[in-house]
Design a protein around this ligand. Structure first.
Ligand SMILES: [Zn+2]
Length: 234
């Protein structure tokens, strides 16, 4: 099939199912994927992977010994880039996860994050997984893994208790809320490994902290953290 013909078909299906930019909502051209060129160019990248003393890393100081920590994007509540997370999480736009993960992975090549032995997504609670049908952090991890050439182990950590909604809680309450809710299923598989823990968004870091604590209890394990986005508490 010629490229022109494929473009013609894509143009045709666009009439019925227009693909929209995950950030601004404008229709995508055939050569754009997930984000329009303008939103791609303006992505609020942090560059934190080049700075070991960054804001996300500092979030864990005195709480948990992570090797390196970074996030791909940093934005506030008003930013239209928040839509990316919303569409990924609640509108079943799975391709957003893999594509954003791929872009994140491209940025992390040649950084200490690429030296991890494996990628582990932060799990969501089983009931939420059944309802949603996928774990958005796993999709991000898959996108990253393709670029970084690392294995993803999605069933390494089990989430054992449902956490209540976290939006209106203080940092301490959030920490209490997620404590002891992660269990490592196959600790022998990751002994002495450097684990890259991947999440969709970091706010207080409480979930990552609980998850990383469980991993760090295993002999010889070190943990680096990479989240797609960091949204600060206002
Ligand atoms: Zn856009």
């Amino acid at each position: 099939m010629s490229i022109n013909y494929i473009q013609y078909l894509q143009g045709f299906t666009q009439i019925f199912y227009p693909r929209l930019c995950a950030a601004c909502g404008n229709a995508l051209y055939f050569n754009e994927h997930v984000l329009c060129l303008a939103c791609y160019a303006d992505l609020p990248r942090t560059g934190f992977h080049l700075d070991p003393d960054n804001e996300v890393a500092r979030l864990f100081w005195g709480r948990i010994p992570v090797r390196n920590a970074t996030c791909f994007m940093l934005f506030n509540k008003e930013s239209h880039y928040r839509t990316i997370l919303y569409e990924l999480k609640y509108r079943k736009q799975r391709q957003i996860g893999t594509e954003m993960g791929r872009l994140f992975g491209l940025e992390l090549r040649e950084s200490p994050f690429a030296e991890a032995d494996l990628i582990v997504p932060v799990p969501i609670h089983p009931s939420r997984l059944r309802k949603r049908g996928y774990n958005q952090s796993e999709l991000i991890a898959m996108g990253m893994a393709g670029v970084l050439q690392l294995p993803v182990i999605s069933d390494l950590i089990a989430r054992t208790e449902k956490t209540k909604t976290q939006t209106k809680k203080s940092r301490y309450e959030r920490w209490e809320n997620v404590r002891d809710t992660f269990r490592i299923e196959f600790p022998e598989n990751i002994r002495d490994k450097h684990v890259l823990l991947v999440d969709d968004v970091i706010t207080t870091g409480a979930t990552i902290e609980a998850c990383a604590s469980s991993l760090l209890a295993i002999q010889g394990v070190s943990v680096s953290v990479a989240a797609l986005a960091f949204t600060k508490l206002q």
